[in-house]
Design a protein around this ligand. Structure first.
Ligand SMILES: [Zn+2]
Length: 292
């Protein structure tokens, strides 16, 4: 499932291809993926910005006049297997392509942007300007992990606010911090040396701050490696990322820990498959370990 680094990579790969192109219209092959708000009747206009927030990608369209006005926004959530694929020449619509946007460049040459999704959990929204906040998932997003808005005080307050939940489910809560999914959650917890099933109230302030730093590191490195590709994820040109080569615990069960050599284990925490090193990420809190 594309997480923040993958969606950011999609955004960066599509930006030079899409900016300045005109959206001429769209064809919908599976209406189930499309969410329209009634006051957006026509999706045409010139693409002037590609934005990302959490795991959402937003494509802003404006009028082509000398006094540009933001007209509408196409918003995409990729969920499990969604892809947004750019084609600079005509190709037949592929299996599992649910929406095709027809684009033209300044010379009038046609190009295409296909939303393809095998599992069909992804969504495409057609929104008026600012309409993204009508989606409750978008409206409830917490701070971006790489932004200055995600302060230590904010994260400590969230930890206190959810004393009994596991640290894993806290990191996956998009209202606490935006864009983290299973891959980067497991990797951040490993780097911080924190067992994923620990309850938030058992974490020391130092552990919370280390965890925040670890989240920032894995997200930044994930972007630097253009995302993690196992089977499905590709950027807007169909290229795979390579952060899967850097993973230390996620889907590494049975392999030796890169730090201590202990076998990486896979368990379920808060309903999610969870990977960790039992030695580097002990279940017991410090006090209990010292008492042993
Ligand atoms: Zn280890």
């Amino acid at each position: 499932m594309p997480e923040l680094p993958e969606v950011e990579t999609i955004r960066r790969s599509l930006t030079p291809l899409l900016l300045g192109k005109r959206v001429e219209g769209l064809e919908v092959y599976n209406p189930g993926v499309l969410i329209e708000y009634s006051n957006v009747t026509v999706v045409t206009g010139i693409i002037f910005a590609l934005r990302r927030r959490g795991k959402y990608l937003l494509i802003d369209l404006r009028e082509g006049t000398s006094r540009p006005k933001h007209l509408s926004t196409i918003m995409v959530h990729f969920r499990m297997t969604g892809k947004l694929l750019y084609k600079d020449h005509f190709e037949d619509v592929a299996k599992h392509t649910h929406v095709r946007f027809y684009l033209s460049d300044t010379l009038g040459e046609m190009c295409y942007l296909d939303f393809n999704d095998v599992r069909r959990f992804g969504k495409v929204w057609l929104l008026p300007p600012g309409g993204e906040s009508m989606d409750p998932g978008f409206a409830g997003l917490g701070p971006e992990p790489l932004s200055a808005e995600w302060t230590a005080a904010d994260f400590l307050a969230q930890i206190k606010h959810h004393p009994r939940s596991t640290v894993k489910s806290l990191l996956l809560n998009q209202e606490v911090v935006a864009g983290i999914g299973n891959i980067y959650c497991d990797e951040a917890l490993f780097r911080a040396g924190i067992h994923p099933a620990r309850q938030n109230e058992t974490l020391s302030e130092e552990e919370v701050l280390n965890l925040q730093q670890a989240v920032r590191e894995v997200i930044a490195e994930g972007i630097g490696h253009r995302g993690t590709s196992f089977s499905d994820y590709v950027d807007g040109l169909g290229n795979r990322g390579n952060f899967q080569l850097e993973l230390r615990v996620f889907q590494q069960e049975g392999k030796a820990c890169s730090v201590c050599g202990t076998e990486i284990e896979k368990i379920r925490v808060s309903g999610r498959g969870t990977h960790f090193c039992p030695r580097c990420q002990p279940r017991l809190i410090d006090k209990e370990r010292l008492a042993r």
